[in-house]
Design a protein around this ligand. Sequence first.
Ligand SMILES: O=C(O)CCC(=O)C(=O)O
Length: 291
Amino acid sequence: MTADENNAVQVDLAGFERDGFVIIDDVLPPALFEAAKQACEEAVEKGRKGEWPHRRIVGKAFPPWPAAGPDIWGIQHLMHPDLGLPLFKQIYTNPKLLSTACAILGVQSPESLQLELFNLLINPHTTPFSLPYHRDTIPAATPADEEAKLLTRPRTGTQYNLALYDDACLIVVPGSHRRPKTSEEAEALSKDDKTPLKDEIKVILKPNQAVFYENDILHRAEYNTLQRVTLHGSLGMEGQVERARMVLQHGVDYLKSESFTDGLDDTGKKMWSNLMEGYGKSDQVAQIHAD
Ligand SMILES: O=C(O)CCC(=O)C(=O)O
């Protein structure tokens, strides 16, 4: 991957289509990368102390999360004004992240993107945890013919994990974003939804590498207590009502206030208004996973 002076990124789109994910190197410029580590340290400390209430709680894989639990595996809503860390708006709108999303989504300009979620995935302190195999927008029990149909929907968004330290938590089945579960996979997962699947791989990220991946690829994750500090963002194409529905399952009312745009650059402001357009057209708040 190379980047020219305008931050345009050459993304291996053929690899992305084939595998359902692609790795991008050297995402943040060095000074921003260091500042990101500092901001994440503050966010993690607030989350661990319970001073920040929006956390992914160990024991529960999907939102909504309870107020408390044995440990945490994520910090939610990094751009929330009450967290007091406006640097996360600058990171979320980083030109290399946005131009990678543009390449994947086939849109000309970041101003055609929709601002979505920005969270942090971290290691639990004391309590190892793991996520079951899932597709983000298709419930596990969906019959294969329906699953096949849903997987042909046009791509309207993308998501990434940007590692600030070494990360080997995410496990994916390459190519599974384009096909329903095989009968062997369905049978194995019906007995144990964390069972190793044929051809699964661990996505290994070095600091400042990001993996962009299809959110409906078959994926799971394993969290031990080794340090993990990985930014987890999603971006949509403007005007996507279905994606507004997915964003809304995370309870992001703070995004609706005009004051949210303080500290965003012009591109970020446009991306925010694109999201508001989608909200305006969606009255559904859905919980996709039963858990
Ligand atoms: O921890 C990860 O890398 C994956 C998280 C995930 O699968 C999810 O949030 O749906």
